[in-house]
Every structure is written in C-alpha cells, then in structure tokens.
Design a protein around this ligand. Structure first.
Ligand SMILES: *Cc1c(COP(=O)(O)O)cnc(C)c1O
Ligand code: SF4
Length: 338
C-alpha cells in the first residue's frame, strides 16, 4: 500500500505548466514518436501560427498515432499553407464590432471581453489565428473604457470573458475585473469561454473558485472539448469543483474532419460531458479562416450527422448545430435547405 502522504497529487502549478508548454515541433515529434518526414512541414506551418501544446493535454495523446484526435488538433501541417477559395483572415468580420480596445459587441444583450490575448494551446483550426491581439491587450486603466461602455448600455445583461483564453490571466486580475462588472446593476451573468480547465486542470485553484463563487453574478463556464478523450480524471476533478461552487457548465465543440465527425464520437462526447456535469451547448461548423480548410465538413454531411445524433441521444445531450454569419444578430442555426 502507498502511504497516504504520498498519494497527494504531485501536479505542477498551472503557471509552471504555462511556462513549460511544448513549443518546438522537434520536441513534439520526439515526445510523441511521430514520423520525422512531417517535421519540415510542421516547422513551416508554425511560422504563421506557432506551436503550443500543454503537457497535461499531450499526455492524453497516443504516441505514434498520427490519427489521434487530440494530436490532430495541434499538429501543424503543410496543408495550412495552402490558400483555399472563400477562406479569409477575419471570417467573422470582428474588426467591425470592436468599439473599444478589448471589447467585441456583436449581439445586443451580451458583450465579449478579450480578457487575455493568449491561449495555453494553439488549435490549428482556430478562427482567431489572425486576430490582432496585440492591439487588444488592455491593462487595468484601459479596462475603464470597456466598463464605461457596458455601464452606458442597459440592453447588456451578460458579460463574456473570452480571448484567447481568459483563464490565462491570473486570479487577482480576474477577481478585480469581476468586481467592477458586478458593480454595474444591469449585468446579471458572467460567462467564461475557456479551454484551460481541459488543457491544464490545475488552473482551477482555490483562488479561482473564490472569485467565481463570491460574486453576486450568476456564473457560467463554456468549455471547449471536441473529443471524449480530452476528459481524464484530472479534468473531471476540476469540473466537479466548479460545479460544487455553483458554476453552470456548458460545452462548445467545433465539428472537425477526421477528429469528431463520426456519430459514435459525438455520442461518446455528449455522454462523457454529462457524466462530468457538463451540458453540450453548441456544435460549430468551422469558420472559414485561412489555413483551416482541411478541417472543414460539408454542410449536408454536418446536418446528416446532427440528425443521427438526435436519433441516439436525449434532447438535452444534442448540441445546437450553429455557424457564425458575419453581421447576423446571433449565431445561426444550421438547417436543411439553408
Ligand atoms: C458567440 C458570441 C457570443 C455569445 O453568443 P451566445 O449565442 O449567447 O452563446 C457573444 N458575442 C460574440 C462576439 C460571439 O461571437
Ligand atoms: S483555445 Fe480557443 S481561442 Fe485558443 S487557439 Fe484554441 S480555439 Fe483558438
């Protein structure tokens, strides 16, 4: 038997994990025993959008398997460098909805704050891969402009922390910002769009749980999990703590060719999410960003898959199939004939 004291988790701190990401294609290829003939392409693709893989996430990848659904989300490929018709740098035209630094206001009742420009992981299909983050990095003094904007618009009742990944900011900053937002009477809800509890589960610290549970705002966390294999025991532990602290847990996934476009994969994802206390919220069609065309699924195939999911799962485990349409007042449901 292992003595009790040795069973205490030996996980590194989340800050250490963030400082120790896998950033070189050489290391990724060595660590995961990948065939060396892909290395040159990977190096080239990284010039445009650098490699970033957190080690806890890498530990869930099966070494030597190029088809691993977690690996495919992070492995830079030569295909990213091929131009594809209809794919652009700013597919969502967010530059038009950026009234003050760090704030995106596209939908009437909610605003999105770019709370931190950086992510722990670089997902190769990311629609923000070309976003001008350097121009959207407000410090405390500049946040005042965003707070004034929110305070001046009574139609806004929900603030969303987004990014990048908002949880790459520290808890002191997030606690401060949350206090400022809670002081605006017409705001009811705080929503956090994050992948960090999946990438580095130790991000859910006691300090983090404190500011989340002490605010008067209702708190919602929208996670981003594309495949059941992303959820291990450490992730389940982090999600359980969030739930115990009153955070409503939802998930959004992106429909990705070769990664989660099979019916059995989607059913397993919904089941694993619910077993961890998370409800599926959105399943997104890929945004047409340059460099990601090789992940795209045809719309009719997506619809067929979604219909098959409805036949296998209870309604509350079927995410809404949506896409972003520039200029639309909300996410747009993908429907037959549309
Ligand atoms: C997706 C998104 C939201 C949130 O939309 P919901 O449908 O409420 O989840 C808010 N603002 C922006 C800019 C978005 O892209
Ligand atoms: S975590 Fe989200 S914002 Fe960051 S790279 Fe991945 S998809 Fe993009």
């Amino acid at each position: 038997m292992i003595p009790q004291t040795l069973q205490v988790s030996q996980l590194a701190s989340w800050q250490d994990e963030l400082n120790n990401l896998i950033r070189s294609p050489e290391e990724l290829f060595d660590l995961l025993q990948l065939p060396q003939d892909g290395l040159e392409q990977a190096r080239l693709a990284c010039k445009d959008f650098p490699l970033r893989v957190p080690r806890p996430y890498a530990s869930r990848i099966q070494p030597g398997n190029l088809q691993d659904p977690l690996l495919q989300q992070v492995l830079p490929l030569g295909a990213e460098l091929q131009a594809a018709p209809g794919y652009s740098h700013d597919p969502l035209e967010e530059a038009d909805s950026n009234p003050v630094a760090g704030l995106i206001h596209k939908y009437k009742s909610r605003v999105l704050l770019i709370t931190s420009p950086s992510c722990a992981i670089h997902c190769r299909y990311c629609f923000r891969r070309h976003f001008p983050y350097d121009e959207n990095k407000p410090g405390r003094s500049q946040w005042q402009q965003a707070l004034d904007y929110i305070a001046a618009d009574n139609a806004i009742n929900e603030v969303i922390y987004s990014g990048g990944d908002p949880l790459s900011s520290n808890d002191k900053q997030l606690a401060w910002l949350t206090q400022q937002i809670a002081a605006i009477p017409h705001i009811k809800r705080l929503r956090i769009h994050t992948r960090l509890p999946i990438m580095i589960p130790q991000r859910i610290t006691a300090d983090c749980l404190r500011w989340l549970s002490e605010t008067r705002l209702q708190t919602i966390m929208v996670l981003h999990i594309n495949h059941a294999q992303e959820i291990d025991d450490d992730v389940r532990g982090a999600l359980a703590k969030l739930q115990q602290h009153g955070v409503t847990l939802l998930n959004q996934a992106v429909l990705l060719k070769g990664i989660n476009d099979e019916l059995s994969t989607q059913v397993a994802l919904s089941e694993s999410l619910f077993a961890s206390g998370v409800l599926p919220y959105y399943l997104h069609l890929l945004d047409k960003v340059e460099g990601a065309a090789h992940f795209d699924i045809r719309r009719d195939q997506a619809l067929k898959l979604h219909k098959a999911m409805q036949a296998q799962l209870p309604g509350f485990l079927v995410p809404k199939l949506v896409q972003e349409v520039a200029g639309a007042p909300s996410k747009v449901m993908v429907e037959a004939g549309g």
